[in-house]
Design a binder for this molecule. Structure first.
Ligand code: 2PG
Ligand code: MG
Length: 430
């Protein structure tokens, strides 16, 4: 019998970093290889993502994952048992067929992804290889350059406001250590900036110990721009050259404050037309060393995305997250109309590893940059780090330099770099 044949598949209800239920899954192969994965979940989700299955009812406020777990144990296990774990595309295609819905709404994308991931890990284990090596083949690893969260707002800091103080509308202000020459140095620089930002806020009387979902400071600020200027000031305090050593990245997550055709900043009590909003973002880009913008507009605001790409995408990374939703058809629309120039790749948005890899490859073939990303509700797993290296993605976004579900991925990347003993490459040396 083929050692790589799937022998058993078992799922259970696990918890993510927000304490919400998710799917844990273990796959064993005929040769004894094992893989285990826990599925992450987003909060600022786009409407074009694959569909998670949630139980409803009273348990966990309706967020239970028992139905998704049952879908694995009662349906998917039977469908994939005996399949060759080396053939990830066949395995994923089989599950897509059994589900029957393009967005995997019947069994649940959380069920399907659990099996997809655990099988990839089981195959790597069976082969005696780390997952990244099983995906990348020979050659030194390409470490991704990280984008690291410093100040958070929007859905990621929800509930962190108090009295009349609110958190910012834009979701994440992050740093990209452009000039660092190793992954370890990237992290140390990002840590320095986060420390300096927290210190600056504390000195200004803003509580900085309050941590958002991804480990960034849940800043109580009076304007959205203050979050960006704080990070820009923190770069100087940290002794790093803005725009050269370290650039600023912003995930606007504009879906979250879009309504009735306008972009509505609650903090400033402003309702901006798309043109006014783009003008505002463009001013921020002129004032601060902004090297990357994500979800600058609503996910279906295609005409304005075209305008944004012409206006803001020159010499700057423009990432589609909710816009592309790790969906090949949406990415192709972007590629053919010149919308954005980079894609965020989140396996749970796609529902299978094969779909995620196809989006990544199509983006790279079309000259778009690729950023493999965790979710705001993540887990202690580190397979995402292996995917970023194995797929040669170039960039990774995992959250801040604290909270164990974040450091699990950073620690894995540090380990891969250390194991390579000086042979690892870091994407895009300055
Ligand atoms: C994002 C992600 C990760 P969420 O918007 O890029 O930061 O957030 O998982 O809540 O969608
Ligand atoms: Mg995003």
């Amino acid at each position: 019998m083929n050692n790589n044949a799937v022998r058993t598949v078992r799922a259970w209800e696990a918890l993510d970093s927000r304490g919400l239920p998710t799917v844990g899954c273990k796959v064993t192969l005929a040769g004894g290889g094992q893989g285990r994965a826990i599925v992450p979940a987003g909060k600022s989700k786009g409407s074009h993502e694959a569909r998670e299955r949630r139980d409803g009812g009273e348990r966990y406020g309706g967020r239970g994952a028992r139905q998704a777990v049952a879908a694995v144990n009662d349906v998917l296990a039977g469908a994939v048992t005996g399949l060759d774990a080396e053939d990830q595309s066949e395995l994923d295609a089989t599950m897509e067929k059994v589900d029957g819905d393009p967005r995997l709404a019947n069994l649940g994308a959380n069920a399907v992804l659990g099996v997809s991931l655990a099988t990839a890990l089981a195959f790597a284990d069976q082969s005696g290889l780390p997952l990244w090596r099983a995906l990348a083949g020979d050659g030194p690893p390409l470490l991704p350059r990280p984008m690291v969260n410093v100040v958070s707002g929007g859905a990621h800091a929800e509930g962190r406001g108090a009295h009349s103080r609110r958190t910012i509308d834009i979701q994440d202000v992050l740093v990209v250590p452009l000039g660092a020459t190793s992954f370890a140095q990237c992290l140390e620089w990002a840590w320095r900036v986060r420390e300096a930002a927290a210190e600056l806020l504390a000195r200004a009387g803003v509580p900085s110990g309050l941590v958002a979902d991804e480990g960034g400071v849940a800043g109580w600020l009076t304007t959205n721009e203050a979050a960006i200027s704080t990070v820009a000031d923190a770069l100087q305090v940290a002794g790093l050259v803005p725009g050269q050593d370290v650039g600023i990245a912003i995930d606007l997550a504009a879906n979250q404050f879009y309504g009735d055709g306008t972009y509505n900043l609650a903090l400033e009590d402003e309702r901006l037309s798309p043109a006014e909003w783009l003008e505002r973002v463009s001013q921020w880009c002129n004032r601060y060393p902004v090297v990357s913008l994500e979800d600058v507009l609503h996910e279906d605001d295609w005409p304005n995305w075209g305008e944004a790409s012409r206006r803001l995408g020159q010499g700057r990374q423009l990432i589609g997250d909710d816009l592309f939703a790790t969906d090949l058809a949406r990415l192709k629309r972007g590629l053919s109309s010149g919308v954005a120039n980079a894609v965020l790749v989140k396996p749970d948005q796609a529902g299978t590893l094969s779909r995620s890899a196809a989006v990544l490859k199509a983006a790279q073939a079309g000259g778009y940059a690729t950023v493999v990303s965790a979710r705001s509700g993540d887990t202690e797993d580190y397979w995402l780090a292996d995917l970023a290296v194995g797929w040669r993605a170039g960039q990774v976004k995992v959250g801040s330099t604290q909270r164990s579900e974040r450091t699990a991925k950073w620690n894995r990347l540090l380990e891969i770099e250390a194991d390579a003993a000086g042979r690892a490459e870091l994407w895009w040396h300055a």
